[in-house]
Design a binder for this molecule. Structure first.
Ligand SMILES: *Cc1c(COP(=O)(O)O)cnc(C)c1O
Length: 399
């Protein structure tokens, strides 16, 4: 078992896991069972039924809780299931103030599902403390919810400042830490009450699992989340829990390469004549670069770039190594067009107001060789250029 004083990489490999009791197996087994045989009526080993308890799931939960520096990890069948459970526990019948530039599926839940549960959501730009304060309704707002960096524009919100504002109004702060991963950013240490992850992304890291988790310190709140999870059922299966645990063991080895390749691709795109803007907190040109440098250890492999609409689509369809796909955080590089893919469910006027145009391409930079990734993008941008009349496409000329 890990010691709480262990450093991050040691926690990745060991936290939450001891050799299996019966055989000494070094790897936590996949307890692929729905129920557990009891010694007598009401006498059991702490395991009754798989919706309530599963040792593989519990190992993954303890491991990820340790990575976020939190006391409790509670895993779910998907990231959205984790978010839904949290809002049911902390915001039923109340009001939520949320960052507006969220994962598209979260926007859809907040605007089209929570209203059916009597939960009202106000979307704001949480980078602006004044806007956040104005949106909070004292006594009514129960939760402030944000992502940082955001999807897909990589906006950065000051977590410590948002925590002070939320707590001043008696609300909890939840931070979606999916884009940064706990290697790069630990919101609980900055004052957040709850961290949520789509473990589908960096934590699992191999594009073969769908999952989510909530990490928090408050024991009473964790008890409520456990109660609602067992009473509603959105638990991950043992195989998915095991794959997630296998993924987190190398998080500290994968993330530095994601960070390095992310920076390399961001710098390449920033210098390319077909690219208008690159959104990456690691660039000096990012409006919140200083803040990101203070609250993050690295900037991950997530970035987006603004091109002419046709160029973005051609780029996304023309790469060989970057795969055209939704999702992110896997070892393999991926590219997508948020307006047509991940954010297609956000109404167009909303999308455009936030800056999610058809020319925005989002990249999840993997852990391949960085030189190959840059060459891949360079080639795709060049082949687009050949098919166009240079004189009518000034964005593609020069350089
Ligand atoms: C993918 C994602 C989610 C949703 O997670 P699922 O596992 O797909 O349900 C939530 N937040 C962010 C930032 C994501 O990238």
């Amino acid at each position: 078992m890990a010691d709480p004083k262990d450093r991050f990489g040691t926690r990745c490999v060991h936290a939450g896991q001891s050799p299996e009791a019966a055989t000494g197996a070094i790897t936590t087994p996949i307890f692929q069972t729905s129920t557990y045989v009891q010694d007598g009526v009401g006498r059991h080993k702490g395991y009754e039924y798989a919706r309530l308890q599963n040792p593989t799931r519990e190992a993954a939960e303890a491991n990820i809780a340790a990575l976020e520096g939190g006391a409790h990890g509670i895993a779910f069948a998907s990231g959205l299931a984790a978010i839904e459970c949290l809002v049911k526990v902390v915001a039923a019948g109340g009001h939520i103030v949320s960052e507006e530039n969220l994962y598209g599926g979260a926007v859809r839940m907040f605007t089209r599902v929570l209203n059916r549960l009597g939960i009202e959501v106000t979307l704001v730009d949480t980078r602006d403390p004044g806007a956040l304060r104005r949106a909070i309704r004292p006594g009514e707002t129960l939760l402030v919810y944000l992502e940082t960096p955001t999807n897909p524009l990589m906006r950065v919100t000051d977590i410590a400042a948002a925590a002070r504002i939320a707590h001043g109004a008696g609300a909890l702060l939840c931070v979606d830490n999916t884009f940064a991963s706990p290697y790069n950013q630990r919101p609980l240490e900055l004052g957040a009450d709850v961290v949520v992850h789509s473990t589908t992304k960096y934590l699992n890291g191999h594009s073969d699992v769908l999952g989510g988790i909530l990490v928090l310190d408050d024991g009473a709140l964790a008890g409520e989340v456990h109660f609602v999870r067992k009473s509603t059922g959105p638990v991950p299966g043992p195989m998915d829990s095991w794959l997630t645990l296998r993924g987190t063991k190398t998080l500290h080895v994968r993330m530095p390469r994601h960070n390095e390749n992310g920076m390399r691709v961001a710098e390449f795109l920033q210098d390319h004549p077909a690219v208008r803007t690159v959104h990456y907190p690691g660039l000096l040109s990012h409006p919140d670069h200083d803040l990101a440098g203070r609250q993050m250890r690295g900037f991950s492999g997530m970035l987006s770039a603004e091109l002419a609409a046709g160029d973005a689509k051609r780029l996304a369809e023309g790469t060989r190594i970057f795969r055209l796909a939704e999702s992110l955080g896997g070892v393999e590089s991926m590219v997508c067009i948020p307006s047509l893919m991940t954010h297609a469910s956000v109404p167009e006027p909303e999308r455009l107001r936030m800056g999610i145009t058809d020319g925005l391409a989002r990249f999840s930079v993997g852990i391949e060789d960085g030189a190959d990734l840059v060459e891949d993008l360079d080639r795709a941008l060049r082949s687009g250029r050949r098919t166009r009349n240079r004189r009518t496409s000034p964005a593609l000329t020069g350089g």
